[in-house]
Design a protein around this ligand. Structure first.
Ligand code: UD1
Ligand code: UDP
Length: 376
């Protein structure tokens, strides 16, 4: 008899990183064939992220084009993925998070009536337009999901409030923690060995921060460089040209600013560990940094990840220059304030989220595999 088939769909860097440990787990256990399918929404960043886990897509739709609109990404991904689902006839489709690829994976599964499992489900902000378009994408994915894997109790409660059945919701922890712990335990690349001072790491890519807000972020960083001569600012730049133009425009000429290509995941994790402070609008980075005790200032007005702010590992500081400058200044000049954040306990997981997801998914397909106690 043919084995059950699972299709895991990824498209962007964070999806690659958060789905990789789930694919590894599914392949380690059970009589099931797991196919990793990439829409190719991101080209370089996806490939390098998967490679860090020794993975590459079994199918790649290669839809990335420079300057494409959201509608164009969506249209190409819907059509391409439909062909893949027709070819593999999976018993289950899995996708993670809130990107256009996630939305398309959910919609296509619904159209073909294939059970859909949503990893990192239940994150919410109050308004559907911020973050744009991610809040819409994740709400849409929840609408059609048969299995929801929220990382925390807060995200599970969001799903329960929306009326999703309790027996379809499993709190697992975030698979991003599985990924970062796996990568952090590997050989470390040595970042800036000649620099004896502190490193401040800055990443920013979100659509709602393009233009004005990103310029303010960059100016705040510039002022910090002027105040603290022992600080080296490292800015791995997202491949998006809209982001690169702003960052190089403001920070490009400063002798203590290093604007770099995005390091692949195996190198980025040691860079996070080497940092004294992180300024970021990334979802993944604010979950990962507390695993190594690095404080994060979140460069956004809203967050779908309030747990870190409540636990004290992260602080939401918006995108206004003075506020960012002031908050970062405190952490760079006051050891006690820095230590309070560094020592706060990460609420995002224990490194076993993928094993929990594997157990539940295989159980739904009628396959026994070792159980892992749920994350509380
Ligand atoms: C996307 C996701 C966002 C996620 C982010 C992670 C959507 C709508 N947005 O945003 O939720 O947080 O990825 O990084 O799904 N590019 C390259 N090479 C790459 C990747 C990107 O050249 O490897 C360039 C291309 O010009 C591409 C552009 O970046 O068109 C933007 O990529 P896109 O997927 O549209 O949006 P992101 O802003 O990356
Ligand atoms: N990351 C990386 N290289 C970089 C910047 C980020 O490997 O130069 C990793 C980071 O550790 C995290 C993920 O990429 O796991 C986050 O991706 P991104 O910030 O693009 O998206 P988000 O998490 O905001 O959706």
């Amino acid at each position: 008899m043919a084995k059950p088939r699972i299709v895991c769909v990824v498209g962007t860097r964070p999806e690659a990183i958060k789905v990789a440990p789930v694919v590894q787990e599914l392949r380690r256990f059970g009589d099931v064939d797991t196919f990793l399918v990439s829409t190719g929404q991101h080209r370089e960043m996806l490939t390098q992220s998967l490679a860090a886990f020794g993975l590459k897509p079994d199918e790649d739709l290669g839809i990335m084009q420079h300057g494409q609109t959201l509608a164009q990404v969506t249209a190409r991904a819907i059509e391409g993925l439909d062909g893949i689902l027709a070819k593999h006839e999976p018993q289950m489709v899995l996708a993670q998070g809130d990107t256009t690829t996630t939305f398309v994976a959910a919609l296509n599964s619904f159209y073909r009536q294939i059970p859909f499992g949503h990893l990192e489900a239940g994150l919410r902000t109050e308004t559907i337009s911020n973050p744009f378009p991610e809040e819409f994408n994740r709400r849409a994915a929840s609408l059609v999901a048969n299995l929801h894997f929220p990382p925390t109790q807060w995200s599970a409660d969001n799903l329960l409030k929306e009326g999703h059945p309790a027996d379809s919701i499993f709190v697992t922890g975030n698979t991003g923690i599985d990924a970062v712990l796996q990568m952090g335990s590997k050989t470390e690349s040595e970042w800036f060995p000649e620099w004896t001072g502190r490193i401040v790491l800055l990443t920013t890519h979100r659509r709602e921060n393009w233009g004005g807000p990103q310029r303010q972020i960059a100016h705040a960083a510039l002022r910090l460089l002027d105040d603290f001569e022992d600080v080296l600012l490292v800015v791995p730049m997202h491949k998006n040209p809209a982001v690169r133009e702003t960052l190089t425009g403001v920070l490009g000429n400063h002798p203590r600013a290093r604007l770099t290509e995005p390091p692949d995941y195996g190198d980025f994790v040691p860079l996070m560990k080497r940092s004294h402070l992180i300024l970021s609008d990334s979802g993944g980075v604010q979950e990962e940094a507390p695993a190594f005790g690095i404080p994060v200032l979140v460069l956004r007005d809203t967050t779908e990840r309030p747990e870190g702010c409540e636990a004290g590992t992260a602080k939401l500081v918006g995108t206004e220059e003075n506020r960012i400058y002031t908050e970062a200044h405190v952490l760079l000049s006051n050891d006690h304030a820095h230590r309070m954040m560094a020592q706060a306990v990460s609420p995002y997981g224990d490194g076993k989220a993928s094993a929990r997801i594997r157990y539940i998914v295989l159980q739904r397909l009628g396959i026994d595999s070792p159980e892992v106690p749920m994350w509380t």
